[in-house]
Design a protein around this ligand. Structure first.
Ligand SMILES: O=C(O)CCC(=O)C(=O)O
Ligand SMILES: [Fe+2]
Length: 209
């Protein structure tokens, strides 16, 4: 697959690396004990990482049962279970940096990496919380690195309330924490305007999916 994502002129760094976290992470408290942390432009060399992941990851299409029908999942997927080698050393570095930054607050390390490839604005993820496993009943964190074409992440309280909109740019980090998976839902909506590829990398602790 060739990259349909146009390398930005400012980002011509061949070395891929996560930047500092620390005070560059901006926290927004949501209600009901949920929060999000945002660190724009966390990954430098994100263009290079994007191209490497497009080639290295065994992207696969999935079909899932939805009520009476079996439908195509509208994005390509890959999953790296605990202990499985990640597809790029920069993802190991990102995971290590997240483990250090969140060690005290999370009390455990991130263990798995889920990857999604959104081929264009027709690909999406519907409203959901990551509630398969412990996210259903316990506070946890899901850290997402977004690279490629910017997409909108929507967040809304379960049971109703205003929708928050967050634009995820190339190399950005967003972490959903506290009760976010069980008291809020998130989605990447379809968009007729989006024509480029986006990769999302989600790091989760053990037993959260
Ligand atoms: O694409 C994203 O950043 C979100 C993906 C997501 O919510 C999920 O895989 O659970
Ligand atoms: Fe999710």
């Amino acid at each position: 697959m060739t990259s349909a994502f146009q390398a930005s002129l400012l980002d011509c760094d061949d070395d891929v690396a996560p930047g500092l976290l620390g005070s560059s992470v901006r926290r927004t408290e949501l209600d009901r004990g949920a929060w999000i942390d945002v660190r724009p432009g966390w990954i430098s060399g994100a263009d290079t990482l994007f191209d490497r992941l497009i080639d290295a990851v065994p992207w696969r299409a999935e079909r899932r049962r939805m009520y009476e029908r079996v439908v195509d999942v509208p994005r390509l997927l890959a999953f790296y279970a605990e202990g499985e080698a990640l597809p790029d050393p920069a993802l190991d570095e990102a995971k290590r940096a997240l483990d250090v930054h969140y060690a005290e607050e999370l009390g455990e390390s991130f263990r798995t990496a889920g990857l999604c490839l959104y081929r264009d604005g027709r690909d999406s993820v519907a409203w959901h919380g990551d509630t398969i496993g412990r996210g259903r009943s316990e506070d946890t964190m899901v850290a997402i690195v977004s690279i490629g074409t910017p997409r909108t992440l929507l967040l809304r309280p379960r049971g109703g309330g205003p929708t928050l909109r967050h634009d995820l740019g190339h190399g950005d980090l967003i972490v959903m924490g506290g009760s976010c998976q069980r008291t809020w839902e998130h989605a990447i909506p379809k968009s007729a305007r989006v024509t480029g590829l986006r990769i999302s990398i989600q790091f989760r602790p053990r037993g959260v999916r």
